[in-house]
Design a protein around this ligand. Structure first.
Ligand code: GDP
Ligand code: MG
Length: 370
């Protein structure tokens, strides 16, 4: 139908009617439960309630509750998204570099080029793996704080000559809290006299039982600098991906998460986004956080211009009105009007939060001065 009553909309979202009325009021729409609102307004509300909208036919809105709006037949296998974590100096950067160089597609593209916060490698079997190269735990924590779940698994790097350290433990608890599986990469095995067995024992104390000790956590002994067993690590990742049965519907409006962003002098706001659902195309109108714009150009991690980006592919996008914050959601929308509405709505919400924070801050400042 072209319109839907507020009550019916609330029912479909399993939300309280009063909450929907309130959300409408905040958007400047006065409506009672029995009144009808148009499809565009309904779509906005649905998104604000954290659900997805599926337009079946022009003007016809079908409301999908997150997680079940794509039927099995829509879903296609997608590349796993992997975050590498571990204690400082245990070899995260070295491992990311080594894995980037193991990319068979990089050589076809004319070498390893510019670095963005995420990249995808093609392994010799033809399978693809996406690595998120966030500057350590801070970005991961920030993303989790915003409710963004980008990573499918964590590769926990533990240096064989140093063992389990504070940030190792922190990474374990992050992964556990996020509910993502861990693969342990015991690094620096090229060093003389190192004892990988000791690392496995130490991990036991943190409820990580590796396979060689009868547990379920895959462990691979590697050397990032000597490039030892990187193929085995990639194999472990693809095996874990198969177990997780990672799928997404590429055939819908794109949706995903901002990985990083910056203001480029010549190109304006630039954001690296990870597409998680659907396919992002140049020319699409997107809302990223509270910013919006038409995607003017897209570059992949090898600085090649791309016209389309499907699930699990990280791309740099140009054309946003401003710089969104890492961890924020982005979504491709139908037109500029909708983009503006969502952007204005999010900006307003952001301001409300800031005001609340300032008000709360005043109290504590006063306390401090007292
Ligand atoms: P990060 O802080 O976890 O990103 O660690 P880095 O990748 O910066 O590595 C810290 C130091 O360990 C550097 O001097 C690396 O060269 C060294 N390193 C990393 N991986 C290996 C390895 O497999 N073997 C050896 N011998 N040294 C390594
Ligand atoms: Mg590093």
């Amino acid at each position: 139908p072209e319109t839907i009553t507020v009550q019916e909309l609330a029912n479909r979202m399993a939300a309280r009617g009063g909450e929907v009325v309130k959300a409408l009021f905040r958007m400047g729409v006065m409506a009672t439960l029995t009144q009808s609102i148009d499809a565009d307004t309904a779509e906005l509300i649905v998104q604000e309630f954290g659900h997805r909208v599926k337009r079946v036919a022009e003007g016809d809105v079908e409301i999908g509750i997150e997680g079940d709006e794509d039927t099995d037949v829509d879903l296609e296998p997608r590349a796993p998204v992997v975050t590498i974590m571990g204690h400082v100096d245990h070899g995260k950067t070295s491992l990311l570099d080594a894995l980037r160089k193991a990319d068979v597609a990089a050589h076809e593209a004319g070498g390893i080029t510019q670095h963005i916060g995420a990249y995808q490698v093609t392994i010799p079997t033809g399978q693809k793996v996406t690595f998120i190269d966030t500057p350590g735990h801070a970005a991961f924590t920030a993303m989790r704080a915003r409710g963004a779940s980008v990573t499918d698994m964590v590769v926990l790097v533990v240096a064989a000559d140093d063992g389990v350290m504070p940030q190792t433990i922190e990474a374990i608890s992050h992964a556990k809290a996020a509910g993502v599986p861990i693969i342990v990469a015991i690094n620096k095995i090229d060093k003389p006299g190192v004892r990988p067995e000791r690392v496995k024992q130490e991990l036991l104390q943190h409820e990580i039982v590796v396979e060689s000790l009868g547990g379920e956590t895959q462990e691979i002994e590697v050397s990032a600098t000597q490039k030892l067993n990187l193929d085995k690590l990639l194999e472990a990742i693809t095996l874990q991906a198969e177990i997780l049965d990672l799928r997404a519907n590429p055939d819908r409006a794109a949706e995903g998460t901002v990985i990083e962003s910056r203001l480029d002098r010549g190109r304006g706001p630039v954001a690296t986004v990870l597409v998680q659902k659907g396919t992002l195309k140049t020319g699409d109108i997107v809302v990223a956080g509270a910013e919006w714009g038409r995607v003017r150009a897209m570059l992949d991690d090898k600085t090649r211009q791309v016209k389309e980006a499907g699930p699990s592919l990280p791309v740099e996008i140009l054309g946003l009105s401003g710089v969104p914050t890492a961890g924020e959601n982005f979504v491709a929308v139908k037109d500029e009007t909708q983009a503006r509405e969502i952007s204005e709505f999010r900006t307003r919400k952001l301001r409300e939060k800031q005001v609340a924070a300032i008000t709360a801050g005043r109290g504590s400042l006063a306390d401090m001065l007292a």
